[in-house]
Design a protein around this ligand. Structure first.
Ligand SMILES: [Zn+2]
Length: 244
């Protein structure tokens, strides 16, 4: 479920085999630190990874196991050349320093030596503000903890109407409501189901329409549920409206 929600929410890939299978997508990931630790050297780990994995797997090498990220990246780039797809920095925040400066320096040194094709990925305890602050200089992120422990969206399932009569416990608004969106995707405050006109969008003035649909009736699904790919496409199409 976690992989499914992350994928629908806009992540490009998921790393667990089962999660990817449930989405009918291919799982993705990079080498673990354990490979470099067992082989004792980052370049040896990169060469072993390159030698044994199927050719369609991008060669993304972890460069922060032992030494400096810049030195290790250049060593790996020289060893793998054009086959190196990217490098990943996964240093804990206690040893990381200024990650933006480190990435800028790394990009400079790679470019200077003809390794412009090498992409730079960062992972390790990143949250939304950190991703936003780095997205202009990075090619991708690996996000775990802040997705798997995301803040909860508080909601409750309450009775608000019985046999057509509005009734609710205190603290809740009684009666069925219509959820609304404007034609440009802005969310609009819900209105009572029986309201005559939903009006216009307070943000852009565009026409407003109700989004609720009957999917389940008398315990039976009325239509096939959309695929995760279709839901993801719909989610991403709405994001510009939430960026205001
Ligand atoms: Zn609007």
């Amino acid at each position: 479920m976690l992989d499914r929600a992350a994928y629908i929410g806009g992540c490009d890939g998921v790393s667990t085999v089962l999660g990817a299978e449930s989405l009918a997508e291919r799982h993705s990931g990079t080498m673990p630190h354990s490979l470099a630790l067992i082989l004792g050297d980052t370049v040896k780990a990169a060469q072993s990874f390159d030698k044994r994995l199927p050719s369609e797997v991008p060669r993304i090498v972890l460069v922060d196991t032992f030494g400096d990220e810049k030195v290790e990246s250049l060593r790996v780039a020289q060893a793998l050349g054009k086959r190196l797809h990217g490098v990943r920095l996964d240093t804990p925040s206690s040893r990381r320093g200024d990650i933006r400066k480190i990435v800028e320096e790394l990009r400079w040194e790679l470019d200077l030596r003809g390794f412009q094709h090498v992409r730079i990925y960062v992972s390790g305890g990143l949250d939304e503000p950190q991703v936003a602050a780095l997205e202009d200089i990075l090619d991708g992120f690996g996000i775990g903890t802040s997705l798997s422990n995301a803040p909860v969206l508080d909601f409750a399932a309450d009775i608000v109407e019985i046999e057509g009569k509005p009734i609710a416990k205190k603290g809740k608004f009684s009666g069925r409501k219509q959820a609304l969106r404007c034609e440009k995707g802005h969310p609009v405050k819900p209105i009572p189901w029986v309201a005559r006109s939903p009006g216009a969008c307070p943000l852009c003035g565009a026409k407003v329409f109700g989004v609720l649909q009957t999917l389940l009736k008398n315990g039976k699904l009325l239509d096939a549920l959309p695929s995760p790919q279709a839901i993801r496409k719909y989610v991403l199409s709405q994001l510009p409206a939430f960026a205001l």
